[in-house]
Design a protein around this ligand. Structure first.
Ligand code: ADP
Ligand code: MG
Length: 578
């Protein structure tokens, strides 16, 4: 059994025992915490995992509450069916609220969610014939045995447990990892083939549905709803529960949600001070524990790591990992031109990267090496010329298409998710290889479990290949710089790439590490992968490359075997400085 679920079982057990020793008043408070969690648990995937500042989620609660109240009070629908209807309305509205996130960032997106919340409340006020306007309307009434305070409490608790389970399944899947990747390393996420629009739309559907159902439950709990029941304070509370809980965690926000629901009860004698207390609490948390409750509970990452760790790649494990078949087509650049403002970063470049070879790309700083990689991996669109895989042009401005074509890369500055484990970081590389749908994942069906098992094993292989398997469970931000470079290579290898683009992988490595890196790169190429290696360490380039291109001011200064380059007068005088 997984030890990670023990805290959840503990909380759930305590919640089940509550009716035995508390009075009816506590049934209402407990039910409120459970209802809020149904919303916050879904929202947590958007905010805590996806990093999207959706602060106006009270809008979806309002929509769900009115949907089920109107359907029950005016059309006599069964209350449970009305909750389902509220879920559907919430899901649709969730996507509408979420869509701006695809174009707007951070605070701009936060503002649109707030705007939506205001609109929904105004409609609820104005549409009197349906919503009852300011007078309101009764909420759904549940049949026996859920019509008592404790009966409803247990019903809400069951749904809270359900949302916990569903969101935990998503969080620990390729979808959850991809969300965190979009949050912390969007460029790398694209390079591994993650499609942000699809992923966010799916997650907004999920969290919207949860918020809609929470609305139906909220209307039942209130027994009578008016627009002022859905205050902006409530929305802020949901958001703060996640902030206090810590991002990328489920247990943290769950505890945060319980604390924030209970706090007003204990603070009741101090009601005049409550705003002040909230503000003080929030400040204290932001200043004293930026990782939130989740960071406080993360005991395993406080154990010190062994010092003097050596990275020892296991090249014998490479064959099992990169089991791709026969040679592929080459990557070909033809007369590529690209400028930034007045600077011609690439100025008519031809380049062919062949499968199974190490192709070095060298040149002084600013000569266009990184830009060349960015054209191949689809971040930039050339003004002239074309990049091909074989004879097929590579689509411009679509970096998320490269993973499926077998083109993987690393970055000059490692792009990784500091708060995720090394293993999770590497597993992100195989996101597009997953076969289970979001629904299968949410319900933890066999295909999802098979995916996870396979990806975990493959990531452990990739980590063994680069010599980091001992650090698999460690948070990535605790690693040394050189280890991060090898970790990025492991992530790229998860694609079983036909081509691997490496941007200065030896920068910041020790002499020993550079030697091992060189052996690793050669072994990768000998297994059939074409490697394009941007590097400053001339020794490494001359040792391991089959072919070298020297760039200067975005143009090819020289090209040939390492022997040719070493003998090239201009290169030697201008660049190698011998
Ligand atoms: P290298 O990797 O060889 O050091 P780059 O490809 O990063 O060089 O840069 C080539 C030139 O293009 C430099 O003059 C750099 O300042 C410019 N450049 C690169 N990226 C950008 C960008 N996003 N915006 C503006 N200028 C850029
Ligand atoms: Mg560069």
């Amino acid at each position: 059994m997984n030890r990670a679920i023990l805290p959840y079982l503990g909380l759930f057990g305590a919640a089940l025992l509550l009716p035995l020793f508390a009075n009816d008043y506590w049934a209402v408070i407990g039910a409120r915490a459970a209802v809020y969690w149904v919303l916050v648990g879904g929202l947590n995937l958007v905010v805590g995992f996806g990093g999207q500042l959706a602060i106006g989620y009270v809008a979806l609660l309002t929509l769900g509450a009115y949907t089920s109240a109107v359907l029950c009070a005016r059309y006599g629908l069964d209350p449970f069916l009305s909750f389902a209807a509220a879920g559907v309305v919430g899901a649709v509205a969730g996507v509408i609220v979420g869509l701006p996130a695809l174009r707007l960032r951070t605070f701009y997106f936060a503002m649109t969610t707030l705007g939506f919340a205001t609109i929904v409340t105004q409609i609820a006020l104005a549409w009197q014939s349906v919503t009852g306007g300011g007078i309101g309307l009764p909420g759904p009434e549940l049949p026996k045995p859920f019509d008592t305070p404790w009966g409803f409490y247990l019903f809400a608790l069951a749904l809270a447990a359900l949302i916990t389970w569903l969101s935990a399944n998503v969080a620990s899947s390729r979808f959850g990892r991809a969300l965190v990747a979009i949050r912390d390393a969007e460029v790398a996420a694209e390079a591994t083939g993650i499609s942000k629009p699809r992923l966010l739309t799916t997650v907004f559907l999920f969290s919207g549905a949860a918020a809609g159902v929470a609305g139906g439950l909220f209307a039942t709990l209130q027994s009578y709803i008016t627009p002022d029941a859905f205050s902006f304070d409530l929305s802020v509370t949901f958001f703060i529960a996640i902030l206090v809980g810590g991002r990328g965690s489920i247990l943290g926000p769950l505890i945060g949600n319980i604390i924030l629901t209970l706090l007003p009860e204990f603070a009741a004698p101090l009601v005049a001070w409550s705003t002040f207390l909230y503000a003080a609490l929030l400040l204290a948390i932001v200043l004293l524990m930026p990782g939130g409750i989740a960071a406080l509970l993360d005991f395993s990452n406080r154990k010190p790591l062994t010092a003097n760790r050596a990275i020892v790649p296991r090249l014998d494990r490479l064959r099992g990992l990169l089991d791709h078949g026969t040679a592929q087509a080459s990557i070909v650049l033809r007369n590529v031109v690209l400028s930034f403002g007045g600077v011609r970063a690439i100025d008519g470049l031809d380049l062919t990267v062949r499968p199974g070879q190490v192709h070095g790309l060298i040149g002084p700083n600013g000569s266009g090496k990184t830009t060349t990689l960015n054209v191949i991996s689809g971040y930039y669109e050339p003004e002239q010329g074309e990049a091909f895989l074989g004879t097929t042009p590579l689509p411009h401005g679509a970096p998320q298409t490269r993973a499926a074509l077998g083109i993987a890369r690393t970055f000059q500055t490692p792009r990784l998710i500091g708060e995720a484990s090394v293993l999770e970081n590497v597993m992100i590389g195989a996101t597009i290889e997953g076969t289970a749908s979001f629904v299968e994942t949410m319900l933890s069906l066999p295909r999802h479990r098979g995916d996870e098992k396979r990806m975990t094993a493959q990531a452990m292989d990739a980590l063994a290949v680069v010599g980091l398997d001992g650090l698999a469970p460690v948070r990535a931000d605790r690693l040394q710089h050189s280890e991060l470079r090898f970790m990025e290579i492991a992530r790229a290898l998860m694609l079983k790439p036909a081509f691997l683009l490496l941007d200065e992988p030896a920068a910041g490595l020790s002499g020993d590490e550079i030697k091992r890196l060189g052996e690793l790169i050669v072994a990768i190429a000998r297994n059939g992968t074409g490697v394009l290696l941007v590097e400053h360490h001339a020794d490494l380039i001359f040792d391991i490359c089959d072919h070298v291109t020297v760039l200067n001011l975005g143009r090819e200064l020289a090209a040939g075997t390492p022997g040719d380059i070493r003998a090239h007068k201009e290169v030697v005088s201008a660049y190698l400085g011998a």
